[in-house]
Design a protein around this ligand. Sequence first.
Ligand code: UDP
Ligand code: MG
Length: 318
Amino acid sequence: MVKTLYMVLPCYNEELVIGETSKRLSEKFDRLLSAGVISADSRICFVNDGSKDATWEKIAALHSVSPDRFSGINLSRNRGHQNALLAGLMTVKDVPGVDCVISMDADLQDDIDAIDGMLEKFEAGVEVVYGVRDNRDTDTGFKRGTAGLFYKLMKSLGSESVPNSADFRLMSRRALDGLAEFGEVNLFLRGMVPLIGFKSDIVYYKRGERFAGESKYPFKKMLSFALDGITSMSATPMRLIFWSGLLMFLIAVISGLWVLLSHFIGHTAAGWSSLAVLIVAFGGLQLLAIGIIGEYIGKIFLEVKARPRYLIQDFLNK
Ligand code: UDP
Ligand code: MG
């Protein structure tokens, strides 16, 4: 059966890539249309995440030239990739007749040809299809290493994100309705989507180079994204504090007994170095523990305020 597909592409300062991305996606849509895979109501929807360049003007122009191909969502300001993506997903899922939505980056790093595979799986009844990159050749060795470490860490902390999948995935309307039930403000979509359940599968693709412009995820942002991912998906670090505290307490009891014993035996030599080491170790441990707790309290603070995750200024859709 023909499906109505919406593509969602968050864009932040992407004026250099939008032209090429829209062209290539549009060609793909032409092919899918004539093959009878997608319906004429299908759209390519760009989400402008408060760009400072001409990104929105380009999106609006695409819509006014071909309203039956391109849609646009303009956010009230920059809210970050995850919020922009959620804004897009939540907006298009409510367009009448939408069957499924595919999210991808605007910079052509996600392989457009993987869309066919995703739609095939959807047709076969799969509701969430993850795009999984089968190589990391285009990443720097550093990013490859840190990403691998991150996925291992996430797994050991109990979050079941699909390794090497970013935000290139297909979701059925029903899965998106499920995602809408998650009210959290601290978004880590690739950790949340597996929690929705439903039938899921993966499609492998080769991740390319960014077409133009530069990455909007410099190292600092990547690190904070990773930290957010861990602390919004897992409470295990807090539990680790408890266990390390317990271990330290046991060590303290044993060493206390040893100190008492040596006092009565008479070996009470000045032990400055061991004292200093202990003070440093405990001080460090306490600071670390407070830091981790603070990170969670910060998260609770944001969740309790329950501020809107995004505000939509314009939605061009016809
Ligand atoms: N992006 C966004 N808002 C932001 C930062 C990035 O919508 O605040 C978009 C960006 O335009 C791109 C996607 O998120 O479509 C992924 O960003 P990027 O390609 O810079 O990340 P990388 O691929 O380098 O990890
Ligand atoms: Mg990119």
